[in-house]
Design a protein around this ligand. Sequence first.
Ligand SMILES: C[S@@+](CC[C@H](N)C(=O)[O-])C[C@H]1O[C@@H](n2cnc3c(N)ncnc32)[C@H](O)[C@@H]1O
Ligand code: SF4
Length: 422
Amino acid sequence: MQRKVNWCTPHAKGNDTNAENNVSRKLESNYFSLHSPMTQALIPLSLYIHVPFCMAKCTYCDFYSIVGREHSIPAYLKSLLHEIELKQQELDLSKYYIDTIFFGGGTPNLLAPHQLEELMRALLRICNLGEEMEIGMEINPGEASLENLKAYKGLGINRISIGMQSFQSKLLTFMSRIHTVDKCFSTFDDVRTAGFNNVSADLIFAVPGQTREEWVADLERLVTMQPEHISTYSLTVEEGTALHRWVDAGHVKMLEETVDTGMYDWGRDFLEKSGYPNYEVSNHAKPGFECRHNLNYWTGVEYLGFGPAAHSYFGNNRTWNLRNLDTYMEGIKVTGSGATDSEIITPSMARNEMILTRLRLTRGLNLEEFSKIHNENLLHTKNNMLKKWADKIVISDSHLKIARTGWALTDEISSDLMSLPS
Ligand SMILES: C[S@@+](CC[C@H](N)C(=O)[O-])C[C@H]1O[C@@H](n2cnc3c(N)ncnc32)[C@H](O)[C@@H]1O
Ligand code: SF4
């Protein structure tokens, strides 16, 4: 079980090139009510902005984030704006439209509304605008005031993801989360009051000390709140984190794999029955509220990432930015780039990635699409492996999917199919 993956349906397309104008109009009313002309020929593009600041470092988190550096936010913003402008000059984006934007972290709510507005203006100038862009933002419980949430809404943010993690105080403490259980509920209420009707909540399970009953209670409580989307992540031990050191030193013991799997299976079934079908290993949504941004990642839509540690995938190239705020800002200033490295995605890499990401999606891998793109009939080339996993997979409607009995083995099955046929 891993974290973070989604699926997307490229939909409304538009070509309103006057983004600046559009933002000003929106500030008076709401620019999403303005319909840009449909342009079938445009290509969807996703934008990601990494906000690397946090109030405290959680014991398990290896995402790039730094504590006590809020005074650097103005300088960081300057670099971001410069990076966005340079990217716009470097790439020909005339055939693209912005489908989704995601402010992730770190903690994006540490940006004041006027700072976010400046960023939005720059981002919306990058290329044509989609007719119904999904613009999402992660927030931490207790860290965004109602006033700020309303301002974010006014800026066009239309999806909020709240990192609730747990409704058990002892588990929040173990994970070094600085919010209380009550803040999960009051922040959710504030997000609703601010007018958001597309809200997601993250919960973590298989935390040392967590009982199955506590996990059941967390999910039952969350379902009573009726968010549109729920992400459930099994706690993973990442190198370089405090949790890793504790586990290594024998101070902390992770839950047995069978317990972890039991919690996952129960949660997936429960959420399904409660109106939240699973659409990706860790993600569940009311129909129509699947996270389009993540789905874009998982289905090969190109994306540009801005900020330290952000990744981009554009035209067969993957690049990633420096994982250090200071060197990233220095890079932008001196060389005009915050990137540390890049790679060309070879056909075999693209093939393997398609298998890996699509098998994490409940809808599975479209075998006809795979064969068209990679000129390979997987049913023939991987016949032996498909036989080996026969009771853990389902093949129907030209899709290869993981069966319920194979959920816990998704990675192993993918891995067997990923190696190229000899
Ligand atoms: C990196 S955080 C950023 C958003 C926000 N700061 C928060 O904490 O929710 C995104 C999600 O990844 C989850 N996450 C990070 N590291 C994880 C780990 N080792 N195991 C499971 N979930 C993890 C977080 O708990 C959160 O739900
Ligand atoms: S989990 Fe979220 S709040 Fe915690 S350190 Fe990571 S990014 Fe920051």
